[in-house]
Structure formats: structure tokens, C-alpha cells
Design a protein around this ligand. Sequence first.
Ligand code: GRF
Length: 207
Amino acid sequence: MAVSRLVVLVSGSGTNLQALLDAIAAHPGGPEGFGAEVVAVGADREDIAGLERAEKAGIPTFVCPVKGYATREEWDAALTAATAAHEPDLVVSAGFMKIVGKAFIDRFGGRFINTHPALLPAFPGAHGVRDALAYGAKVTGCTVHFVDGGVDTGPIIAQGVVEIRDGEDEAALHERIKEVERTLLVDVVGRLARHGYRIEGRKVTIQ
Ligand code: GRF
């Protein structure tokens, strides 16, 4: 079976990236057994732990800061080209805090997944944890989904549920969500890679 090539996009601490790297390394069958390997890590900013994790693992990195380009379209084209250069089968947005544009979606739509720290369609956007707390929700969680042209609107692949504790703050809740999120992301990426999948409208079936 072919090993799926993953490009992972990060903006911050990169613990979801690390979970993927660890799961692939710990699999008794290595990348072949897991079904996928991380071939490159991309970021929208320098000097983040996510890039350090990639470098430590000997994985090529690239950085495309929005401010480095005259227009958002030029940035999107550059990010698309830098990602495409690594010939990914799947692109994983793992805490990548930028909305990509049309060129990126045209190129990678249907094989671009994101992890979001809330139970979509509730609480999309950059503050999913804060918004769930402020709303007074009793449960929240995380969602792994395919990315479409909207903000956290694409077909859902899998979700994990986390109960909100009384008096909990955003940071504590986000940490507990991320524990569930890392396991979910590793599980989803492995299953997509090993089994293949179909997207029909909003329905995702892992084969
Ligand atoms: C995750 O909770 C992700 O859903 C959110 O940012 C966090 C990234 O964490 N958008 P890390 O960089 O993988 O540690």
C-alpha cells in the first residue's frame, strides 16, 4: 500500500503535529503501517514551536507570512505553490490560523483537512473555545473536517466531545479539548490514509 504524503500547516505550538509525528514513529509498521508520513511542515510565521518540532524531526519546512506579499491572493498563490512542491496526498491544517484562498482550495479541495476546537457547526472561527464558554454551553469538543471555501463549514469527518466544567477558564478548557483533539486527528488521518474515503455532499465515509 502506498504511504500517503502529508503536508501539515501550523501557526503555533504544534502539539497536534507532534502527535502525528509520534504516532507514525511509534507505529510498529512505521509510516507503511500507519499509512502516512509527514513530508513537510508549512507555517505563516517564523519562530514558532511547531516549526522547531519539524526541524527536530528532520522534516523540511516552509514559511509564507501574509505580510510578505502585496496582496492576499499573492500570499495564497505562494502558499499553494510551496505546499504543492511537496506533492501531498493530504494537507492537514493543525492549528493553522489563516483562512486560505481560492487557489489553495481549488488545488487541495477534497484532500485538505482542518481540526477545530469546538463541535461544528457551533462556534466556528478563531475563538471556538472562548465562544462556547461565553455562550454557556455544557459540552463542547473538537471537529476534524474537510476545508471548503467557508470558515469551518466543510464536511465533518469526526468529532470528540468534552464536558465543560463549572468555573473553568478558556486556557484550561482548551488544553482538555486539545488532548481529545490530538487523539482524534491521529486516528482520522491514519484511517483516511489507510482506507481511503468518499465525500458525497456533506457526508464523509471512510471506506
Ligand atoms: C488546536 O486546538 C486547533 O484546533 C486550534 O489551535 C490549536 C492548535 O494547537 N485551531 P497546536 O498548535 O497543535 O498545539
